[in-house]
Design a protein around this ligand. Structure first.
Ligand SMILES: [Zn+2]
Length: 407
């Protein structure tokens, strides 16, 4: 008797007491099945209005999972009471430890949600012996409650970026507050109509408060921001410009050079295998043999040397805080690019020129582009862990949860 009392007390099933507990073998697994019964004579709270009531309309037996006991999975058999509430009519009793229609107790749900921050759904499901869909639903609800509606008051500076939901097609847009490292909004698509939902969420007043919006060049976002927030300054961020330079200049020159070196096989191999080395930030090339290889490559190849040096110099443009100096630096950079005799570099410089105001705007609004880069990387990780890949709502909540913001 003392034993069952102990279990009931530690169980904390408020309003219920232990009727029996027994072991049961299911498949190869030992289970602990605990039957509960309502404590007699208690007034109970209506799940609708919260009023206390003693009138019970009917009872239905439910089987729910609770936290395991000494690694043994626990199943509760709970008579769920429907009260005859004077105000609401028949209503489920409100319980602090069990949500209406939940398959698991609130504390098991909390534990599942905690683990979901560290592991994939599949691993959590396996750990607790729950269905994948159950774990996902628990985490989804938990995130909704934890994150709540986003607070858009006092948002002055934002960054917008797109990402692929599936490789090559189906895009989504993420809006972040770079200074507070916070995701404000995620939505399907990357067109003007798609991101209008965010302007609507912000409302005319919120739109009028925006001071600066960081983004990639040549996007639908720019048109949409100019329409709804004409006073906001468009800022083109370093991350996208450098990524574009990598694709359109370094990659092209590397391929051209490899083709040119068709007769010189060792030199050709060195150039062909250098993609990673050339695109990486110089400070991230740390291994000594990589540094030596980079040095050799740049010493032997004039075109690659030129585009590599101009990449580093282009990045330096984002270090300026004085618009006049930045403009002078840009003119010098542009001249060097145009005189290089390297066609992809010249084309890039010419295409970049019309975007100069948005690049120089960075002097006034020095927004960290690392947040955009960081979010891009985090999204990749979330996708890789197959968090609700087919479920936008859950996937987007996960992205928000990864960047809840700093105060
Ligand atoms: Zn009620």
């Amino acid at each position: 008797m003392a034993q069952t009392e102990c279990i009931a007390r530690l169980g904390g099933w408020e309003g219920y007491e232990l009727e029996s507990s027994m072991e049961e073998r299911r498949g190869g697994t030992l289970w602990c099945v605990i039957r509960l019964k309502p404590v007699a004579g208690l007034a109970r709270r209506c799940g609708g209005c919260g009023q206390l009531s003693r009138a019970i309309h009917d009872t239905e037996l439910r089987r729910v999972r609770d936290l395991p006991l000494f690694e043994v999975p626990v199943e509760l058999v709970v008579p769920r009471l429907r009260l005859a509430c004077e105000r609401c009519g028949p209503k489920l009793e409100r319980l602090g430890w069990l949500e209406p229609y939940a398959r698991v107790t609130s504390r098991l749900a909390a534990s599942v949600a905690r683990l979901c921050k560290l592991m994939s759904i599949a691993h959590v499901a396996q750990f607790y012996g729950l269905a994948w869909t159950t774990v996902k639903l628990i985490d989804h609800r938990h995130l909704e409650r934890e994150l709540g509606p986003v607070d858009l008051a006092d948002v002055r500076i934002i960054a917008m970026d797109e990402f692929a939901i599936q490789k090559g097609h189906r895009y989504a847009t993420v809006v972040v507050e770079p200074l507070r490292k916070r995701v404000l909004w995620v939505g399907r698509g990357r067109g003007r109509a798609d991101v209008r939902a965010f302007s609507e969420l912000l409302g005319p007043q919120g739109c009028a408060h925006l001071q600066a919006v960081a983004m990639d060049m040549n996007t639908a976002y720019e048109l949409e921001v100019r329409l709804h927030c004409p006073q906001a300054q468009i800022v083109f961020d370093l991350f996208h410009v450098v990524a574009k330079y990598g694709r359109e200049v370094i990659d092209r020159v590397r391929v051209d050079e490899a083709n040119r070196l068709r007769e010189d096989r060792p030199a050709r191999r060195l150039v062909k295998g250098s993609r990673w080395l050339l695109l990486r930030n110089r400070e991230n090339v740390t291994a000594q043999h990589d540094q030596v290889r980079l040095k050799e490559l740049l010493a032997a190849n004039r075109a690659l040397f030129t585009v590599y040096v101009l990449k580093d110099d282009l990045k330096a443009l984002w270090d300026y805080r004085h618009i006049g100096y930045a403009e002078r630096f840009w003119r010098q950079w542009y001249r060097r690019a145009m005189r290089s005799g390297i066609a992809p570099l010249k084309t890039f410089a010419q295409r970049l020129k019309p975007y100069l105001p948005g690049i120089l705007a960075h002097c006034r609004w020095p927004l960290g582009t690392n947040i955009v880069e960081g979010i891009n990387n985090t999204i990749k990780v979330i996708k890789r862990m197959a968090y609700g890949y087919r479920d936008d709502a859950y996937f987007f909540l996960r992205i928000r949860a990864a960047f809840p913001g700093i105060r």
